[in-house]
Design a protein around this ligand. Structure first.
Ligand SMILES: NC(=O)C1=CN([C@@H]2O[C@H](COP(=O)(O)OP(=O)(O)OC[C@H]3O[C@@H](n4cnc5c(N)ncnc54)[C@H](OP(=O)(O)O)[C@@H]3O)[C@@H](O)[C@H]2O)C=CC1
Ligand SMILES: C=C(O[C@H]1[C@H](O)[C@@H](CO)O[C@H](OP(=O)(O)OP(=O)(O)OC[C@H]2O[C@@H](n3ccc(=O)[nH]c3=O)[C@H](O)[C@@H]2O)[C@@H]1NC(C)=O)C(=O)O
Length: 280
């Protein structure tokens, strides 16, 4: 099995966390051996993860799970296929699937499903037909076909097992290229530019009718607030930006300060949206 050292910038889009060994299983058997070998953390494209410099867990990437096939009405892809590759296929084949998500930088099929990624009124769950996953309970690949338990930024999958492949519904759409461009433009109107190092939204939006996390952080004076080399974007207060060489400790202080201030001002407990493979 391939094991390679990767820098923070290669592992995650926010680029915090030093160099780590990444394990790249090539098939389910190798994945199973890794899972049985001790504590681990599964990485997709790293668009939504912040990793500390020292980590006891093994980092597993499913980047080599790359099977890809589509028919008139379905697309089947391995967990490591990227959003970028799917969007390219959408343009080539003229079909609708993930255009609303265009601009999530390094997202993969595994990460998108595990968090039921969503944007602009769309959620991944809407397009799922089946998800194959290595079950922690049975140690076998099982198939999930019922997605009722998927909700806002959550799915049962990280706890049930590791996604290895999924099949999605696709629909013919001759205007998909324009739609992708539209959603990228829309994203850039409110969110930081793609060249900045971020992990997307830092906190989940609290339940309705509470205001969104970005608004609460903004009104608590945290827009542009920095701890060392990491801080909340001037453009959108819920995006933490690594301005270069930020440490996990700085990130941790940033979010603890933000939580405290929002709690004091509005009485709202913000919940992390980004995934962190340790206690914070
Ligand atoms: N909506 C938006 O505008 C934006 C969304 N995002 C988010 O970024 C993510 C993009 O995906 P990606 O970069 O690939 O994911 P990440 O590498 O960021 O991983 C996110 C989490 O997904 C889980 N995960 C990843 N792969 C698998 C797998 N094969 N099986 C089970 N769980 C898995 C892991 O959860 P665990 O460790 O708990 O198992 C991991 O911590 C999405 O989650 C999306 O919601 C980011 C930016 C903007
Ligand atoms: C970026 C992510 O997802 C994004 C997704 O891209 C967009 C588009 O649909 O909607 C959510 O952002 P969001 O709720 O912050 O959406 P926005 O429209 O930017 O902001 C909501 C409201 O807060 C206000 N707002 C936002 C930022 C700010 O600094 N100040 C402020 O007042 C906005 O004016 C708006 O009225 C998702 N975030 C969450 C936590 O649900 C992600 O998952 O990582």
């Amino acid at each position: 099995m391939k094991v390679e050292k990767r820098s923070a910038e290669e592992i995650t889009t926010i680029g915090i966390g030093g160099i780590h060994d990444i394990f790249y299983p090539e098939n389910v058997k190798e994945l199973k051996n890794l899972v049985e070998g001790g504590d681990f953390f599964v990485l997709g494209g790293g668009s939504n993860v912040v990793i500390p410099e020292v980590l006891e867990k093994r980092l597993i990437s499913l980047k080599l799970f790359r099977n890809f096939a589509f028919s008139e009405e379905t697309l089947t892809a391995g967990a490591g296929v990227t959003l970028k590759e799917i969007l390219k296929e959408q343009i080539r084949g003229g079909f609708s699937l993930f255009e609303h998500l265009a601009g999530i930088r390094r997202a993969t099929v595994g990460g998108l499903i595990a968090q039921n990624a969503g944007a602009y009124g769309f959620e991944v769950k809407e397009r799922l037909i089946e998800v194959k996953f290595l079950s922690f309970e049975s140690g076998e690949v099982e198939v999930l076909k019922d997605f009722d338990s998927f909700g806002y930024r959550k799915s049962p999958l990280p706890s049930l097992g590791i996604i290895v492949e999924a099949t999605f519904k696709i629909k013919k759409d001759a205007r998909v290229k324009e739609k992708i461009a539209h959603f990228v433009r829309k994203r850039l109107e409110t969110q930081p530019p793609f060249y900045l190092k971020t992990a997307g939204s830092t906190f989940k939006n609290p339940p309705h009718p509470l205001p969104p996390a970005g608004k609460l952080l903004d009104q608590a004076g945290l827009k542009g607030f920095r701890v060392g080399r990491v801080g909340f974007s001037e453009k959108h207060a819920n995006f933490a930006v690594n301005y270069g060489g930020a440490t996990f400790e700085e990130f941790k202080e940033l979010i603890l300060t933000a939580r405290k201030r929002v709690k004091e001002k509005f009485g709202v407990e913000l919940e992390l949206e980004v995934k962190v493979p340790c206690k914070i």
